[in-house]
Ligand binder design. Structure first.
Ligand SMILES: [Zn+2]
Length: 566
């Protein structure tokens, strides 16, 4: 392919809206353009990368025995009523109505459709297991799309769904997908790690996320250097409170704290560590208020809280609700004497000695609070977000926290959807059983961005060969000089039998512009021919990643390229 015959539009300047390297580089290198918030057009260069990632995914899914299908992205309301998610996932769904009055949703995921399909097609255990997948567009109405295709509204996903007769079969399907995912990310040139994950809104019992460690990642991963335990911090158990000192035995005392609401303000006022505060947050879960206690230096893990509350997604209560249930405005809530409302206490508050907390009256806090003495009968549970230094739930050594990008997710779903949608099969004994499901996602467009996050430098992208838009760039300097185009063509012909993707930069542009573009787009190998080639008969071959430069005659180019791309 000649550069002048394709559409490559690089940008000189960093786009202002781009906050992370992949977003900035995908725009600058001309891989994509923004249409509107969270919506992107893939340009020819970017689409080549996307297709290569898709093909790796497809090959590994097929190899693992999964069958490719393609489902509609518009889905009828009735299906979602059956699973109960028409309401519960409303926040991220884009709903539409046809002229005929039928209600539809632009699919954020496809459990309902695929389970309905299997319910209609498979009725005997003899047809199981079956694992169906697609590579298709999804739509989730993110409140705050950002970071380009890392968190967009519309995105390409591979989603797969396995159906088994029994638990042993479901375990086997899960393991096959887990292993396929490891191969997929390795082939894409990604260093990805599988971590224990929360099952969240999908339901189900076990799940792993595939995380690409990157400082720009939106997820936090708890990693134990001692035993290798790793989990999303949302999932990581935080078992114990840490003893933080002896008690004086003094009685609870009221202290006026006019206008002081936050732990930071109060810590300064009392000259006390945030670890002495019993932070009291009022949440609403399914419309019901609940008080949640956590130590001042810790954060509530809303995903753990949701589970303790039976699945309802908790939201922080508004000021009016707080005033009604505690008698004080926001910032002065505390557990002592708090009545008529459920209280959930994190382990971290159990051992606070002579703690400080809100007095449930405006401008008032309490000191010398010891929770077992002053709020008897509370049960302590795990509600805190894991943090660096917490004891590893597996071996007790302090954990580290790293940031990561979630590129894949595997779940054991159980029978939630097969029961709801009637995916029931006859077993050997003639009885009926709901199929046991697993579901498996890969963010295909996000994987492209993740590869860039792991492979870039100050000049641009450094593509791994397997997903580069073109593996080899043949760059002609002064292509109007007699002999130069012929030399470039000779090298391209010599490379043809290797099956490499080759782009020929035939533009009459300056060397500086051409070299900068080559580095920005990040072709793994660049072969330069120009006046020097005419003089010496040697082409310059440069490896983008290692910056190795070789000067070789054209006949040696194919073997060298093979070696550099290996
Ligand atoms: Zn450990």
């Amino acid at each position: 392919m000649k550069w002048t015959e394709t559409l490559i539009a690089t940008l000189r300047e960093d786009p202002q809206e781009a906050e992370i390297p992949s977003h900035r580089l995908m725009l600058r290198a001309g891989l994509m353009r923004k249409l509107a918030s969270g919506l992107y057009t893939w340009l020819p260069l970017g689409l080549r990368v996307l297709r290569k990632v898709e093909n790796i995914v497809r090959e590994e899914m097929d190899r693992a025995g999964a069958l490719e299908i393609l489902m509609p992205i518009l889905q009828p309301r009735e299906l979602w009523e059956k699973s109960g998610r028409w309401e519960s996932m409303d926040a991220i769904m884009l709903k539409a109505r046809t002229h005929g009055g039928r209600e539809l949703v632009l699919g954020p995921t496809h459990e309902e459709v695929v389970t309905g399909l299997v319910a209609g097609e498979i009725s005997s255990y003899r047809r199981l297991p079956v694992n169906l997948y697609q590579i298709n567009t999804k739509f989730r109405d993110e409140i705050r799309p950002r970071f380009g295709v890392m968190r967009s509204r519309e995105f390409i996903m591979k989603d797969g769904y396995s159906f088994d007769l029994d638990e042993a079969g479901a375990d086997r399907s899960y393991r096959l997908m887990y292993e396929a995912y490891q191969r997929i990310f390795r082939r894409c040139g990604l260093e990805a790690m599988a971590v224990e994950a929360d099952t969240g809104m999908m339901g189900g019992r076990e799940s792993h996320e595939f995380m690409v460690p990157a400082e720009t990642g939106e997820d936090e991963i708890a990693v134990c250097p001692g035993c290798g335990y790793s989990a999303n911090v949302e999932q990581a158990a935080v078992r114990e409170g840490q003893f933080n000192g002896a008690r004086t035995g003094e009685a609870v005392r009221e202290v006026p704290t006019p206008g002081l609401r936050t732990v930071e303000e109060l810590a300064e006022f009392f000259s006390a560590s945030p670890r002495r505060f019993i932070k009291t947050l009022i949440y609403l879960a399914g419309g019901k208020p609940v008080a949640v206690l956590v130590r001042g230096d810790r954060e509530i893990n809303e995903s753990k809280l949701a589970k303790k509350l039976g699945g309802a997604q908790p939201v922080l209560a508004d000021g009016e609700t707080i005033l009604r249930v505690t008698g004080a405005p926001l910032g002065f809530s505390g557990p002592v004497g708090l009545e008529g409302i459920g209280i959930l206490a994190d382990y971290s508050v159990a051992e606070i000695a002579d703690g400080i907390t809100g007095g449930n009256r405006e401008d008032l806090h309490l000191v010398n609070v010891n929770i077992d003495r002053d709020c008897p009968g509370l049960e302590f549970v795990d509600l805190a977000l894991a943090a660096a230094g917490d004891p590893c739930p597996s071996c007790g050594k302090p954990i580290a926290v790293r940031r990561g990008i979630e590129v894949g997710h595997v779940f054991k779903l159980g029978t939630k959807y097969s029961r709801a949608l009637g995916a029931v099969v006859k077993d050997e004994a003639g009885g009926e059983r709901p199929a046991i499901m697993g579901c498996y996602g890969i963010g295909v467009s996000r994987t492209v961005a993740a590869v860039i996050e792991q492979h870039n430098d100050d000049r641009g992208i450094v593509w791994p060969a397997a997903v580069a838009p073109y593996q080899v760039l043949v760059l002609a300097l002064a292509p109007d000089q007699p002999g130069v185009p012929e030399a470039a063509e000779e090298i391209i012909s010599a490379l043809a039998p290797t099956g490499r993707d080759i782009l020929y930069d035939d533009r009459p542009a300056s060397a500086g512009v051409k070299f900068n573009d080559a580095d920005l787009i990040g072709f793994p190998v660049r072969i330069t021919v120009g006046k020097r080639f005419l003089r010496t008969g040697l082409a310059e071959v440069k490896h983008r990643a290692s910056e190795e430069v070789h000067t070789v005659p054209p006949e040696e180019v194919p073997a060298l390229v093979d070696r550099l791309l290996a």
